[in-house]
Design a protein around this ligand. Structure first.
Ligand code: KIV
Ligand code: ZN
Length: 511
């Protein structure tokens, strides 16, 4: 029997809970379009009650996504659920995902509620959610450390109240595969009407077991897996979508189910998420790492040349490697630019914005003759949509570095609309640029991470820089891309400062 395994992607919600991975509404829309193109079944678009910005992002996604179900997370309280219900209203297929903690430690120490009160609240939550949609998911937070009898009791109650998907999260990544599979099997056997709902799992990777636990649960009867692109997520992350999908597809002899995913969209999705969040993908990462399909040893190379399957269990092109084709050049016109953006999921909402982006594209094409999709993504990530998003802007620069002298950087910034010039020396030109910016911004931040990646190949490639800044426990990532990596670095630093400058307070659903 070949059942469908539902792929529930939570990159935009749990993935965004990774420190520094916060995304703008436009970036979330771009990722949502890519997830839809990849044929993800359910897109968890966010936690609508977290802030007005989060509400707008979920609603914006609900307005444009037609083929995938759009879901909003809500704690089991009336306000969260009504905010979620309003946010998903425009979606042709909308889901509310409500949760409450069920482990003894969470109920007693975090919620300060008795088990009876937790069941009562969960049942009420399903009732509120059903006022908006028939597609209601219930999660027992920290199910991985909850008592099985209590899980059976609460799941029976929420199914009776109208929940259609029951999710079993290993919130703290504590479980191991055999034991997690046994829990899922027991729940499906013991909970009355278990055959009327879809059983789902949501595993965190604290012990590196998120994918193994999810797959063991699928073997035990789970038919939805919650996962993220590149395994992004709280702490050590969530189960990686690409690994779940390719394991099930490659081992058809083991799994009696398959997904609807268009696997050729996996690598583009991975690159998009990595570029937007600034979280690089390690080279040896399964499926989407740069080395995942390269054979270094002579014996392996010889084997693959003679017969590919000697050392390869999947084909690189089946997961989207090799898709980076030359797309545009300096002679490409405005219409070609607009339609390529649309093809890769970037919709430019106003003519003014398109003109601005096109002028920047022309500047880039003058420096770099071949423009790839990755360049377009980087260019558009730099595009500022509202002036509030850009308190600091790089206006002009000059860097000087020569043998025997410490490098000097001169930077002209626009800060809140006022132009200021600053000069500084540093141990290298990037250090000098950051010091010059800091002498103006006086942000008091700590530089937590600095990394540079070439977006495409060749010495004329754009360098994409990620800068992670921390201040008073808040961590932000900034990105900048340019063919000059010192300029890319300055842009990334300013991008991070702009995010810190955005004072919008957001709730984390689990705090
Ligand atoms: O890890 C978790 O328990 C969650 C729930 C909100 C599903 O993210
Ligand atoms: Zn989670």
């Amino acid at each position: 029997m070949n059942d469908q395994l539902i792929i529930f992607d939570t990159t935009l919600r749990d993935g965004e809970q990774s420190p520094g991975a916060s995304m703008t509404r436009e970036e979330k829309l771009r990722i949502a379009r890519q997830l839809e193109r990849m044929r993800v079944d359910v897109i968890e678009a966010g936690f609508a009650a977290a802030s007005n910005g989060d509400f707008e992002a979920v609603r914006g996604i609900a307005e444009v996504i037609k083929e995938s179900t759009v879901c909003s997370l809500a704690r089991a309280n009336e306000n969260d659920i009504r905010r979620s219900g309003e946010a998903i209203r425009p979606a042709p297929l909308g889901r509310i995902h409500t949760f409450i903690a069920t482990s003894p430690i969470h109920m007693e120490k975090k919620l300060r509620m008795s088990p009876d009160q937790v069941v009562e609240q969960a049942v009420k939550a399903i009732g509120w959610a059903r006022e908006y949609t028939d597609d209601v998911e219930f999660s027992a937070e920290d199910a991985g450390r909850s008592e099985i009898d209590f899980l059976c009791r609460i799941f029976e109650a929420v199914i009776k109240a109208g929940a259609t998907t029951i999710n079993v999260p290993d919130t703290v990544g504590y479980n191991v595969p055999e034991q997690f599979a046994a829990t899922i099997r027991a729940l499906i056997e013991r909970v009355p009407n278990s055959d009327k709902v879809v059983w789902s799992v949501h595993c965190h990777n604290d012990l590196g077991l998120a994918v193994a636990n999810s797959l063991a649960a699928v073997r035990a009867g789970a038919r939805q897996v919650e996962c993220t692109i590149n395994g992004l997520g709280e702490r050590a992350g969530n189960a990686a979508l690409e690994e779940i999908v390719m394991a099930v597809r490659t081992r058809k002899d083991i799994f009696t189910c398959d997904t609807r995913i268009d696997t050729t969209q996996i690598v583009p999705a991975s690159k998009l998420v990595s570029g937007i969040t600034g979280f690089p993908v390690q080279p040896n990462k399964a499926i989407v790492g740069a080395n995942a399909f390269s054979h270094e040893s002579g014996i392996h190379q010889d084997g693959v040349l003679k017969h590919r399957e000697t050392y390869e269990i999947m084909r690189a092109e089946d997961v989207g490697w090799g898709a980076n084709k030359l797309v545009l050049g300096k002679h490409s016109g405005r219409n070609a630019f607009r339609s390529r953006l649309a093809e890769i999921g970037i919709v430019v909402e106003s003519e003014e914005h398109l003109n601005h982006a096109f002028a920047r594209f022309k500047e880039l094409a003058d420096k770099k003759h071949e423009i790839f999709d990755e360049d377009l993504h980087a260019l558009m990530s730099d595009e500022v949509v509202t002036p509030e998003q850009e308190h600091f802007r790089l206006v002009a620069w000059r860097f000087h570095s020569e043998t025997g002298e410490s490098p000097e950087g001169e930077i002209t910034l626009s800060a809140g609309g006022k132009e200021i010039r600053a000069t500084a020396r540093g141990s290298g030109p990037v250090d000098a640029a950051f010091k010059a910016i800091e002498s103006v911004a006086e942000s008091g931040t700590e530089l937590v991470l600095y990394s540079v990646n070439a977006i495409t190949s060749g010495t004329d490639a754009q360098g994409e820089v990620t800068v992670r800044l921390g201040r008073n426990g808040k961590v932000v990532n900034g990105q900048g891309a340019d063919t000059d990596i010192i300029v890319a670095s300055a842009k990334a630093y300013l991008n991070a400062l702009n995010k810190l400058h955005d004072k919008q307070e957001r709730l984390n659903p689990q705090v």
